[in-house]
Write a protein that binds this ligand. Structure first.
Ligand SMILES: *Cc1c(COP(=O)(O)O)cnc(C)c1O
Length: 450
């Protein structure tokens, strides 16, 4: 048996993959990735694949990016890890300073963890404890959007609303006030964007006002709800959410885990509506897609509520063994330097334009219901009937088939149901974007012709 086959066999026998129906997996011949090179992944048989979803939305500047490799190596020569409980270290101090410089205005503190879910878990606990210590003891609940995704730990799942992932855990979850996701393709109020007058925002304001006494915070993914299928907020919604939460003394938590670091065309999505939340979670792109590191940023106002005499026990009792891992911090510092020195956002703007052009070429297909794009976050929603917007039955696995087909063109993607997600590295070239979108159009045609 060759090496690849032996690795595959072992994988199928002893590994349990995330978000995967393992009964299907066990029948497949999975790709085993061995190397990366720029925007490509290379498998054990030497085949190269364009990393079309940036290794699940994390990679920014390709694999084995020299600047990040060197930063990690040089940190490794000094220190791989030391605790953040009772000690500090050099790269974390430097990174915090840099993060606060690039973040939206108003933040003054950085709390580290190691993934997006924990960054959100921290945001939620921080908001609750803030009100407890601030004298707003009744403020103990959260408001969330119906299609939200904030990660897979129990607190993050409680704030989430994707039934497919979350419903089964219901007995473990705390309840939140859920308001409909503002989303124009399937408007929850049955309106059309041209004439709706942003009813969704008006309703949201009513709900925030109604529950203002008990709400600790409102939690949102700003502009793009990623895991829900790249659902995009109508312009103006986020700004109004900021206004009403401020007026009602409800904290605003923005989950920039997917949208942060240039993905939507600006460093953070919040900037596009010129708002600053009270708490902001970042992870995924923070290390350029290299290492698990996350951060929860907050304001002086929130931070100050945790100060007191030792015996008042107002400290924030939360931390992880690998909080602020120094190798991760070094990778993040190199990532921020690339942003600063290499005109990344300008390149993203030009790629986004190419992306829009290419998407326009494929959009007329009968089975494409909607194409949504914000910067380099794209969702192509495949439906059985364009007029009724009726989806294909799940057993048809249309999304999975398209993704499988597109692999023949040397591209790796991962769908969300029947939404084909395109999230190429920010370092993609124009030709790569054209090839990516063209290949997806080709694959959709072939799969639906079957
Ligand atoms: C991926 C994601 C998370 C969870 O991050 P992990 O690092 O996978 O735990 C949270 N929020 C959003 C918006 C995400 O896209």
């Amino acid at each position: 048996m060759n090496r690849t086959e032996s690795l595959r066999q072992k994988d199928r026998k002893i590994i349990w993959h995330p978000f995967t129906q393992m009964a299907d997996w066990e029948k497949e011949a999975p790709l085993i990735i061995e190397r990366g090179e720029g925007n490509y992944l290379i498998d054990t048989e030497g085949r190269r694949y364009f990393d079309g979803v940036s290794s699940l939305w994390v990679n920014l500047f390709g694999h084995r990016r020299r600047e990040i490799d060197e930063a990690i190596r040089s940190q490794l020569d000094r220190l791989a890890h030391s605790t953040f409980l009772g000690l500090s270290h050099v790269p974390a101090v430097e990174l915090s300073e840099r993060l606060l410089t690039v973040a939206p205005e108003g933040f003054s503190r950085v709390f580290y963890s190691d993934n997006g879910s924990t960054a959100m878990e921290i945001a939620i606990k921080m908001a609750l404890q803030y009100w407890q210590q601030k004298g707003g003891r009744k403020k103990q609940t959260f408001m969330t959007l119906t299609e939200a995704y904030h990660g897979d730990t129990i607190g993050a799942v409680s704030a989430g609303g994707i039934d497919l992932f979350h419903k089964i855990f219901q007995p473990l979850l705390f309840t939140t006030h859920r308001i409909p996701t503002p989303h124009c393709y399937r408007c929850p109020y049955g309106m059309a964007r041209k004439s709706c007058g942003l009813v969704c925002a008006a309703r949201m304001e009513e709900e925030v006002r109604r529950y203002r006494q008990e709400l600790a915070a409102m939690i949102v993914e700003p502009l793009v709800q990623g895991a829900a299928g790249m659902l995009m907020m109508p312009e103006g919604y986020l700004a109004r959410l900021r206004e009403v939460t401020r007026e009602c003394e409800v904290l605003l938590i923005c989950d920039e885990v997917a949208t942060g670091f240039g993905r939507t065309g600006t460093m953070f999505a919040c900037e596009q509506e010129e708002i600053s939340p009270d708490i902001m979670a970042v992870a995924k792109g923070l290390t350029g897609g290299y290492l698990p590191l996350a951060a929860t940023l907050t304001t002086k106002e929130v931070y100050d509520a945790f100060l007191g005499r030792y015996e008042e026990f107002k400290a924030f009792f939360h931390g992880h063994s690998y909080t602020a891992n120094p190798l991760g911090c070094a990778a993040a510092l190199a990532t921020l330097s690339i942003f600063e020195e290499q005109g990344v956002l300008k390149h993203v703007a030009s790629l986004s334009g190419i992306m829009a052009e290419e998407l326009a070429k494929i959009e007329r297909r009968r089975c494409i219901g909607d194409i949504r794009q914000k910067g380099l976050m794209v969702g192509i929603e495949i439906v059985e009937d364009r007029h009724t917007k009726a989806p294909f039955p799940p057993e048809k696995k249309v999304g999975q088939k398209v993704v499988r087909k597109v692999r023949e063109k040397g591209i790796i993607l991962r769908p969300l149901g029947d939404v084909i997600v395109l999230m190429p590295p920010l370092s993609s070239t124009e030709d790569e974007i054209r090839h990516l979108v063209g290949s997806v159009g080709w694959a959709i045609d072939l799969v639906l012709a079957e």
